[in-house]
Write a protein that binds this ligand. Structure first.
Ligand SMILES: *Cc1c(COP(=O)(O)O)cnc(C)c1O
Length: 377
């Protein structure tokens, strides 16, 4: 036996983390009941009790999304894994895919769609603006896509995409509608079936108040049909829904080991959504966001997005002339234990991004942040 080398550090201090208030674009703080659920003892991923918990989570997810889609599951991974699952499963090489880019996550959709062999077409808007139905109609008739990808709640810009009419447009043109609901699920109205969305995904660490690591995904009948009629296997083994779907479907056959405790956490997070009720939860997010926007006005700060398209879960605040955006963020973190974020891409250095998501959407958090912001500026 060779001698064990001791060249690496083998003693580190006991874990200690500062009590941050996470008011950025995610993760948001998990609800205490979710943290408690995460720490519960494990059972196996094929245990009858776990199988019962899986079904309950699926039911709660259908409620949160307002869908009756059978294929509604948590993906093992973060929001980007569920996003990738959509594109990996629904794109066949050579498919024309139309992506709406009005922020960072539209760009990520393009990157993913290209990796699965799509011929990607794009329609773009300034970050903070949204697409009009007639603009999308024109783009669909020009490019004749098999799939349209849109972001409902653009976390990079703070804009909320109005969904009326888009589902009909896609159905009339025989293309699938894929919607990113990472920063909307559990925080603002989402009606997947009503809107005619064929596939959607979300994340656990935004408005659902669960730590990152598990991500909701749902496929409607038209998406499932596309999946079942593929010419070739899905080019991603881990996210292949023809296999993952069997574990979450009636067969419950092993594909990969489900992250048991993350599933406990998500189930508790969704239980909290149902306990509060969707309408009440949406109202709470709306009211606290409005309270924040009014407070911003009082301290002389402006929102980047016009009121009609502003997300309640994520506000982009314009950085005033002469203020060092990064320095304010550092001061909030160091002095107040509050995390907010700066802008990305087009908005880098121009805005702060403030999330009031799930458990964190509370009046006292808004007051705390406004006071800290006022002093820091
Ligand atoms: C956070 C986010 C994602 C990516 O989720 P991760 O959990 O970071 O992988 C995708 N889309 C939007 C709109 C997001 O806000």
């Amino acid at each position: 036996m060779p001698a064990v080398k001791n060249t690496h550090r083998t003693t580190v201090a006991q874990l200690d983390v500062p009590p941050r208030l996470l008011l950025g674009p995610g993760p948001s703080n998990a609800h205490p009941r979710v943290l408690q659920a995460l720490g519960m003892r494990q059972i196996g991923h094929l245990d009858p009790k776990f199988i019962e918990l899986m079904s309950e989570t699926q039911e709660l997810l259908r409620y949160a999304w307002q869908t009756s889609n059978q294929l509604t599951i948590p993906v093992s991974g973060t929001g980007s894994a569920a996003m990738e699952a959509c594109f990996a499963n629904l794109i066949e090489p050579g498919d024309v895919v139309l992506i709406g880019i009005n922020g960072y996550f539209g760009l990520r959709m393009v990157d993913m769609a290209e990796r699965y062999g799509a011929e990607v077409k794009t329609i773009t808007k300034k970050w903070g603006e949204v697409f009009e139905l007639n603009e999308l109609t024109k783009a669909v008739s020009t490019h004749k896509p098999r799939l349209v990808g849109l972001v409902h709640a653009e976390t990079s810009s703070g804009a909320c995409m109005p969904m009326e009419g888009i589902g009909d447009l896609c159905q009339q043109n025989d293309c699938l509608l894929v919607l990113d609901t990472v920063t909307s699920l559990g925080g603002l109205p989402v009606f997947l079936d009503e809107w005619g969305v064929d596939a959607a995904y979300s994340g656990s660490q935004k408005c659902l108040s669960c730590p990152p690591g598990i991500a909701p995904l749902t496929f409607g009948p038209r998406a499932v049909e596309k999946l079942n009629n593929r010419q070739k296997k899905v080019a991603n083994w881990y996210l292949d829904l023809t296999m993952v779907g069997k574990y979450w479907g009636s067969e419950r056959t092993y594909h990969h080991t489900a992250p048991i405790n993350m599933n406990y956490g998500l189930r508790e997070a969704l239980r909290l959504v149902a306990e509060e009720g969707l309408e009440q939860r949406w109202q709470r997010h709306h009211d606290n966001a409005e309270y924040f926007w009014n407070g911003l006005k009082e301290i002389g700060l402006e929102c980047h997005v016009e009121a009609a398209h502003r997300l309640p879960s994520l506000t982009t605040v314009r950085v005033p002339e002469g203020v060092d955006a990064k320095a304010v963020q550092v001061e909030l973190l160091q002095k107040y234990n509050i995390e907010i974020a700066g802008g990305l891409g087009e908005l880098a250095g121009k805005v702060w991004r403030v999330g009031l998501m799930g458990f964190n959407s509370r009046r006292e958090n808004v007051t705390l942040l406004l006071n800290a912001l006022r002093k820091a500026i």
